[in-house]
Structure formats: structure tokens, C-alpha cells
Design a protein around this ligand. Structure first.
Ligand code: SF4
Ligand code: SF4
Length: 314
């Protein structure tokens, strides 16, 4: 019988990644995340189950979706460009997407077993060896759901046996026990730190930041390797107060960590449209180079190492 540790829903496997840790890496994106960040650039990853992306401009009006839908709620996207159907009655059986000949409805997320995923990861072994790279588990959040965390543990053990460098990209909203079980098997955490004010965190991220801060303190006390990643979102967390509070918190940890400043970009906005969701930051522009440089300098004033971007090589 399959257990939670045996399977997870994977929505992307990115080969030759140079942004998610040292060297050339394979980044595995697991579906499922308990947060709800306004700027999320992978909104298709929040729900732990497979989802449907909709591309109305690809629809050829064949009406196959209409024919196969067991609930009689799917509509050709040229009738209904917004893609909305009766969401109360849609069971997300995915039959319309599986049957769509034009990929106007596309399934996002595929169940993977540990062995199947490791076979995919093993294909890039030579690049890990030559570049000092390895495997990064991202999401969604690989620690963010019970199933993801159980699956992650199995994969980390399999990677450890093969001698692969292992990174975990997480927002840290997980139980203390989960963090304690994953930490000994992880060479590097890419750890998101979005904002220190708890009220603002609840508003823009959907949850309190208390657990996230506690788990980062815990990792620091365990002497874990961590790259702290701060998304820089204009008007939301780029104010001096948050930058100073972030720097003070990072400085208070048991060991010193670099901060990777990740400027906001708009990649997520199209994805929200394909999911037929509203994007709350529709009118927000990315920060200018000057604004990014100013934020980096503000953090560096606290004697912290600050890198703009996700990799030390960028
Ligand atoms: S099956 Fe796809 S291409 Fe055909 S009508 Fe439905 S959405 Fe359009
Ligand atoms: S996912 Fe299933 S129930 Fe929902 S619209 Fe498509 S075919 Fe119908």
C-alpha cells in the first residue's frame, strides 16, 4: 500500500537550474503550500492537487470538453474566455483537460513516486559532479504539507545515498518536528523571510510569521547552512522599517547568513489569469535598479552579506 512518503504531486522538474543553490541543479517543484502571498509567482502550486491552466486563445471550439465533462459544467473557452465554470459543481476530475486536443486546458501537476522522481534526477548526475551542483526541492513548499514533508524525507534519503548535494527551498511554515527531521538530511536551506511585522505578514502572506521565525532560529541553533531569501515587493516590504527589522533579526541568529534579495517580477500575473484567479498586484511594477540597490545598501549597513538574486554566481 502506498503511503504519504511514497508519492507527491510534482508540477515542474527544472533541469540545469543555476538559481536555486550552488552549481548546476535539478529543481523539483512540489505542489502544495499553506501560504497565500499576494505576489506568488507559482499560484498553480498552492493547491496540493493537480489543477487546470486555461489558455482561451488556443481553443478551437471543438466542444470535446463539453462532451466529456461528467458534471456538464465545462464550456469551450471560445464561448467563455474567462474559463469560469460552475466551480461548485466542478469536481476537478481533469477529464476536460486530458481530452482537450488543443491544450487549451492543461493539467498542472503529476503524481510521482520516489523511484520515478529519482530516475529523473539521476539523469543530471554528471552535471552535479562537474559543477558542484545537486538537487533542490522547491514548490509550493516541500515542507508545507504533511504529504510533501514525508515525500521530501524519502527523496532526501535517496539523494544522500547517491552523494548528491541537497537543498530545500521553503517558507518555513512547518512544524518544529518536521524541521528537525529534515535538517540532518539537508545541505542547504533556501529560506524565505518576507516581513517581520506580524500583522502585515498575516495580511500579505495569509499566516502569522511566528512559526517561520521560530524555525529559522531553530535551524540557526542547529548550525544548518541557510541562504535567507527576501523578496523585495515595492510598497509592501521595501520600507526602511521592515529592512531594518529584517536585518536586526538576521543579525540576532546564532550564526551569520547571507541575504539574497529577490526583486519582485510579474511572471505570476499570467499564471493567475490561466487559473482564472484575480491577481491582486495587477498594477504593481517591479522595483527599479536604484530601488533594489538602495534596499541592498540598507541591509548591508547592518554588516550583513547581501546578494541581489538567487545565486551567488549571478
Ligand atoms: S476541448 Fe479544448 S479546444 Fe475543444 S472546446 Fe474545449 S477548451 Fe476548446
Ligand atoms: S475538471 Fe471535470 S468536472 Fe471540472 S469542468 Fe473539467 S471535466 Fe468537468
Amino acid at each position: 500500500m502506498l503511503t504519504e512518503a511514497d508519492t507527491a504531486i510534482v508540477f515542474n522538474i527544472q533541469h540545469y537550474s543555476v538559481h536555486d543553490g550552488p552549481g548546476i541543479r535539478t529543481t523539483v517543484f512540489l505542489k502544495g503550500c499553506p501560504l497565500n502571498c499576494w505576489w506568488c509567482h507559482n499560484p498553480e502550486s498552492r493547491d496540493g492537487k493537480p489543477a487546470i491552466f486555461m489558455f482561451p486563445d488556443r481553443c478551437i471550439g471543438c466542444e470535446t470538453c463539453l462532451t466529456v465533462c461528467p458534471e456538464n459544467v465545462a464550456e469551450p473557452l471560445d464561448w467563455n474566455p474567462a474559463g469560469r465554470c460552475d466551480v461548485e459543481r466542478c469536481t476537478m476530475c481533469l477529464e476536460c483537460a486530458d481530452a482537450c486536443p488543443a491544450e487549451a486546458r492543461t493539467v498542472v501537476g503529476t503524481p510521482y513516486g520516489v523511484d520515478e522522481l529519482m530516475a529523473e534526477i539521476d539523469k543530471d548526475q554528471v552535471f552535479y559532479e562537474q559543477s558542484g551542483g545537486g538537487v533542490t526541492f522547491s514548490g509550493g513548499d516541500p515542507l508545507g504539507t504533511r504529504q510533501n514533508a514525508a515525500f521530501l524525507l524519502s527523496c532526501l534519503k535517496a539523494c544522500e545515498k547517491r552523494g548528491y548535494h541537497r537543498a530545500v527551498d521553503t517558507a518555513g511554515f512547518a512544524s518544529r518536528q518536521t524541521v528537525l527531521s529534515v535538517a540532518p538530511l539537508t545541505d542547504l536551506f533556501l529560506y524565505d523571510l518576507k516581513m517581520l511585522d506580524d500583522e502585515k505578514h498575516r495580511k500579505y502572506v495569509g499566516v502569522s510569521n511566528q512559526l517561520i521565525l521560530d524555525n529559522l532560529r531553530l535551524l540557526s541553533s542547529l548550525d544548518a547552512e541557510v541562504w535567507i531569501r527576501v523578496p523585495l515587493i515595492p510598497g509592501i516590504n521595501d520600507d526602511d522599517c521592515n529592512l531594518d527589522e529584517t536585518a536586526a533579526f538576521v543579525s540576532s541568529l546564532d550564526r551569520s547568513y547571507p541575504i539574497h534579495l529577490l526583486p519582485y517580477h510579474r511572471i505570476g500575473s499570467d499564471k493567475h489569469r490561466h487559473l482564472d484567479e484575480d491577481y491582486l498586484l495587477q498594477t504593481l511594477d517591479p522595483p527599479s535598479d536604484e530601488e533594489v540597490a538602495r534596499a541592498a545598501e540598507r541591509l548591508r549597513a547592518h554588516s550583513l552579506e547581501v546578494i541581489v538574486g538567487g545565486s551567488r554566481d549571478e
